[in-house]
Design a binder for this molecule. Structure first.
Ligand code: BT5
Length: 248
């Protein structure tokens, strides 16, 4: 049976007229959302699960989603943009998730390219997967995992949760807030794509920190207008893509 907060969420989203599928358990909400998108899901449709058996992060990494403790949700989007314009969407979603978490706990920041952290500890992650049809974007699935009422983590994870940071753990309110913020952030980005750097800049965890790009040590220097990470290496300012950067 669905826990109470997710059951309430079903009616809250129905009232908003948002298509939603909320399940107790699945492999990955991103897979469910992709299948639904292929079957014609409207933009904004959302899949939520109380637990995932094969939740994933980028490059096949695992994302843990024990029942009752986390929020796992995936949203179908159909932005009218070229496939090359997609990478910043993880930041757009990160800003929305940060805003919702930031209303509950102190110090929530965006950690480029796809995390929300509190004092450097990961509280949420975003996984964006797109389907391209020729020269256009058919759909995008934005997967969001938030540690909500989780009190303990395996030692290898540098992680925290809304509960551990003293925030309210109702997942229904959190879902509504994230979806509202995502609608706003997406509209702002589509209206002015190059504003993403400045918007993330207000909540940029990496700025001023040592990072490694191509085995060279530099200092993170903000987010460029195309969503790349700017890094100062000596007198040079290089723009790095996700996957090229490690935190020192
Ligand atoms: C992410 O990947 O951070 C993206 C996570 C997206 C999860 C959502 S849940 C709903 C939807 N359905 C899915 O199947 N996925 C999405 P990445 O930056 O690659 O980080 C993955 C790394 O985070 C792992 O290798 C672990 O080190 C760490 N990790 C795993 N579970 C975690 C957790 N619950 N809290 C904090 N860190 C975690």
């Amino acid at each position: 049976m669905l826990p109470g907060d997710l059951r309430r969420c079903e009616s809250a989203l129905a009232k908003q007229g948002r298509a939603a599928r909320i399940v107790e358990r699945t492999t990955s909400t991103n897979d469910d959302a992709r299948m639904w998108a292929r079957d014609g899901a409207a933009p904004g449709s959302v899949v939520i699960a109380d637990a995932q058996d094969a939740g994933r992060g980028r490059q096949g990494r695992a994302w843990s989603t024990p029942p009752g403790e986390t929020l796992a949700m995936s949203i179908v989007l159909r932005p009218q943009v070229a496939p090359s314009a997609l990478p910043p969407i993880a930041l757009v979603a990160g800003l929305a998730v940060r805003e919702a978490i930031g209303a509950r706990v102190r110090n929530a920041m965006v950690k480029w390219p796809n995390d929300v952290v509190v004092d450097g500890k990961k509280i949420a992650g975003v996984l964006v997967e797109g389907a391209i049809a020729g020269s256009r974007v058919d759909f995008v699935v934005v997967g969001i995992g938030v540690n909500v009422d989780r009190r303990a983590f395996p030692r290898e994870l540098v992680a925290t949760s809304i509960a551990l940071e003293g925030g309210d753990v109702d997942r229904c309110a959190l879902v509504v807030d994230i979806l509202g913020a995502l609608d706003r952030e997406l509209a702002a980005w589509l209206a002015a794509p190059s504003s993403i750097g400045a918007r993330v800049g207000e909540h940029d965890f990496l700025r001023g920190r040592d990072v490694i790009v191509d085995e060279r040590i530099g200092v993170a220097d903000g987010i460029a207008d195309d969503g790349c990470l700017a890094v100062r290496i000596g007198n040079e300012r290089v723009l790095a893509q996700a996957g090229e950067v490690r935190l020192r």
